[in-house]
Write a protein of this length. Structure first.
Length: 280
């Protein structure tokens, strides 16, 4: 799921249940200038009008399994799959980078306006994190001609090797797409997700048949979205940080189970994060 989320144009989350909720309502967040920077939408709008062929589905599934097997943590590669590839397409994949040490994680994140707390909600301590860094082709996409030439080169290598695929290593950058941080207190966890929106809008996709309630809340003057999903009672609190020059935009999402974490607790965590973000 994390991999597919990272590939979408609008970073989102698809949560589905079988229970219908009568009052389906979707909200959005705006910046200080009144511009929408984050919005929730129905999954019906996700890639509306696009259909995935059987070849594309089979090829992507095979590519994803191969990517996880071939690449090491934090590596990226351009893959050409021979099977189910009538149009000679390539697939670009990156493997997540795990961190067990918070100091190492902070050192790796070059944009110091991105803040990662030592602990949240008092006694939930940093446990681990996973980061999806951007590769060179994501930062500087090749031209259509370059993409075609690389695909042809990889096709010939794949057919010659008879492995069923060929892979070209792609350099990594220090820019990130997503950071997933897990805090733990005993067996209970809280997850903080930081998404690099890259000056674009962020979003969450929710199936219309899901049981959920969503409302806007204010924390220290910052507009946030609180979402509760049932029957799991998972709470989400989301807000967007935008730099004064509008060149940077990050979505922060705090998630916890309502059996242990209330809406008020999430708002307290958000308040502490706002203080951390604004600290020098």
């Amino acid at each position: 799921m994390k991999y597919k989320v990272a590939l979408t144009a609008v970073v989102g989350m698809m949560l589905m249940t079988s229970t219908s909720y009568a009052a389906v309502q979707y909200h959005s967040l705006k910046n200080k200038d009144g511009e929408v920077v984050y919005e929730t939408k129905s999954t019906k709008t996700l890639e509306a009008g696009k259909t995935e062929s059987e070849d594309e589905r089979k090829r992507f599934n095979a590519f994803f399994e191969l990517k996880e097997k071939v690449l090491k943590n934090g590596e990226a590669g351009l893959f050409y799959m021979v099977a189910n590839n009538p149009d000679h397409q390539t697939n670009l994949g990156t493997k997540l980078t795990p961190f067990q040490n918070l100091a190492q994680l902070r050192d790796k994140i070059t944009d110091k306006s991105v803040k990662i707390a030592d602990s949240v909600n008092g006694n939930y301590k940093f446990k681990e994190a996973e980061v999806l860094f951007k590769n060179a082709q994501e930062v500087n996409p090749p031209s259509p001609e370059e993409k075609k030439a690389m695909a042809e080169k990889l096709r010939k290598q794949a057919e010659k090797s008879k492995k069923g695929y060929a892979m070209m290593p792609i350099k990594m950058t220090d820019q990130f797409s997503n950071i997933w941080v897990t805090y733990r207190n005993g067996e209970d966890t809280i997850q903080v997700t930081i998404t690099n929106l890259n000056k674009k809008n962020g979003g969450m996709y929710i199936d219309e048949q899901s049981e959920f309630e969503q409302e806007k809340v204010q924390v220290k003057g910052v507009e946030m979205l609180h979402t509760e999903f049932g029957p799991s009672h998972v709470h989400n609190l989301t807000w967007v940080y935008e730099s004064p020059d509008k060149k940077k935009r990050y979505a922060y999402n705090v998630q916890g189970n309502s059996d242990k974490i209330s809406k008020e607790s999430l708002m307290k965590i958000a308040e502490s994060y706002l203080e951390l973000i604004n600290s020098k």
